[in-house]
Write a protein that binds this ligand. Structure first.
Ligand code: NAX
Ligand code: ADP
Ligand code: K
Length: 484
């Protein structure tokens, strides 16, 4: 599924227009498709209000109102900001009247069961004007089902900023042609409710898309019957200090359960003995960090990771450089994510910052990052020729050429210390088993979130812990591999 910017939608509309598809027809399709999407959510005797603005978002509301009224729904169409001013919306209002349909006066004292927001769409510039703010806050105070058309009024299409928190708080949003970036940014994303896209019959395509289960299935490596441990490569993870052994254990769990043939943990004596009790399959490079700094990389390593459970230091920086020089695909996490001018490496480098770490890398505030995480991750990836996995709800994966993905899986069960360590292990392991490093990164992030989704089918998200991945990974991977 593709994700769009406002300018892409305008271009698509313009192209359709040039090819003979009038905006009147597009709006007609939008209104009719919205009607079909909304039918399961509303009842004939619900008191429904459609709040229509003066632009084309308001025009969608006019068409929607006609379809609902023709089907016998109890709908009031109102224009609290004044009558439409765009040509297409005006044409649709004329047509609406020709069908003997009526509009109502805006009366905030009336009570409704369903409020449909067609006030502003992708033409929004913020902040909202006072008259719009009043209608939005009226809507949010009502005890009614709230449905937004295209985007909730008060958010923009491309940025996550919501000044003073004044935006229509939707239970459902129906986005025309495709979802917009702000659905996945913060705080805007918290105003959309359940979001679906509504086709208006135009061709899809964009440089940003959501990872799909089908794409993960299609790119997941086959396990041939003749395979042996060498087939699936040896992974190396530099992790853990005596006071943070758990992170190394969790990274080892993530790696060993995700397919790698063999796992070498570069760590301290003490951490090695802790790992050995939970992941007896691991082998060890003792005094790991120091040994790697001295250039000692074990043989046959096909993928590496560094960072879980170690703090930023000169030796971590040095070890990271040694690994970058080796040409082995490298995941850089936690303590190894340090600001540097140059991430030049011989093989792919994958940085996995959470917003706090990305803030340290870029000098931007966490708020700024969350409101614009897609573009910022993409910019960093392109500028530094690295892959950025910017973690959190809707993890962003940006590749050095600008190709960018949003991960749809995961939930608050992952908001626990240690789940990022598991992810690092998983990415390294999948780098070892996949031919294409991009597929490895996308698939690991998707499956990591899928584990949390599977957990929440039976248990509370509150109760999930990172060590649960030990038994969740087998279930998640079965769902991916089942149809192979
Ligand atoms: N391909 C598509 O996706 C289609 C989209 N359509 C609809 O067209 C919409 C875009 O239409 P428009 O470009 O007319 O944009 P809007 O309907 O968002 O209206 C923008 C107008 O609202 C006013 N406005 C903007 N910010 C404001 C603020 N902060 N306070 C008060 N008023 C403000 C301005 O006068 C601006 O011209 C989409 O969101 C969608 O609903 C459909 O009609 C047709 C097909
Ligand atoms: N609310 C959430 N929804 C989806 N994924 C989440 C959520 N909170 C955290 N995650 C995921 O959990 C992991 C946490 O990683 P990180 O912050 O590095 O934790 P740690 O360093 O403690 O292991 C990331 O993969 C992140 O995307
Ligand atoms: K809207």
């Amino acid at each position: 599924m593709y994700i769009y910017r406002a300018d892409e939608i305008h271009q698509i509309d313009q192209q359709a227009l040039e090819q003979g598809f009038s905006l009147f027809s597009l709006m007609e399709i939008a209104g009719r498709e919205l009607f079909h999407k909304m039918k399961p959510l509303i009842k004939k005797d619900d008191r429904i209000i459609i709040l229509s603005g003066r632009g084309n978002n308001g025009g969608d509301g006019i068409v929607l109102s006609r379809y609902l009224r023709m089907a016998g729904y109890n709908v009031s169409l109102v224009f609290p900001l004044g009558r439409p001013k765009t040509e297409t919306a005006k044409q649709h209002l004329d047509y609406y009247f020709m069908q003997d349909e009526k509009v109502d006066e805006w009366n905030p004292n009336q009570v409704y069961d369903v409020i449909i927001d067609c006030l502003l769409g992708i033409g929004t510039t913020l902040p909202l004007r006072e008259n719009v703010k009043q209608v939005v806050s009226w809507s949010n105070e009502q005890d009614a089902l709230r449905i937004a058309v295209d985007i909730p009024t008060g958010v923009q299409a491309d940025h996550g900023h919501v000044p003073d928190g004044e935006a229509f708080l939707a239970d459902y949003s129906f986005s025309l042609h495709g979802v917009k970036r702000s659905t996945f940014l913060l705080p805007s994303g918290t105003y959309f409710g359940k979001t679906e896209s509504v086709s208006v019959g135009l061709k899809q395509g964009s440089d940003l898309s959501i990872i799909s289960k089908e794409s993960v299935r299609a790119t997941f490596p086959n396990r041939e019957v003749t395979s042996h441990k060498g087939t699936f490569g040896t992974s190396l993870i530099v992790a853990g200090t005596d006071h943070m052994p758990g992170s190394a254990v969790l990274a080892a769990i993530g790696a060993i359960r995700s397919g790698t043939g063999k796992l070498v943990m570069a760590t301290t004596d003490r951490v090695a003995s802790v790992i050995a009790s939970t992941v007896p399959e691991a082998t060890f490079l003792l005094n790991g960090l120091e040994r790697i700094c001295q250039g000692h990389i074990p043989e046959k390593i096909v993928a590496a990771g560094i960072g879980p459970g170690i703090e930023a230091s000169e030796s971590v920086k040095k070890a990271t450089e040694v690994l970058m020089e080796s040409g082995i695909p490298l995941v850089v996490d936690a303590g190894a994510i340090q600001k540097r001018n140059n991430w030049k490496a011989k093989g792919p480098v994958i940085l996995t910052p959470h917003p706090g770490e990305f803030s340290r890398l870029t000098g931007l505030s966490i708020e700024e990052i969350q409101a614009n995480r897609i573009e910022l991750a993409r910019h960093y990836a392109m500028h530094h020729h690295v892959t950025v996995v910017l973690k959190g709800k809707y993890t962003v994966i940006a590749f050095p050429d600008g190709e960018t993905y949003i991960n749809p899986t995961g939930n608050s069960g992952l908001a626990k210390g240690g789940s990022g360590d598991v992810l690092t292990g998983m990415i390294v392991s999948m780098l070892a088993t996949h031919d294409n490093y991009r597929d490895a990164v996308k698939n690991a992030v998707y499956v990591h979130g899928l584990c949390a989704n599977i957990w929440s089918e039976k248990y509370s998200e509150t109760s999930m812990v990172a060590s649960d991945f030990h038994r969740l990974l087998p279930l998640a991977l079965q769902r991916i591999e089942r149809n192979k």
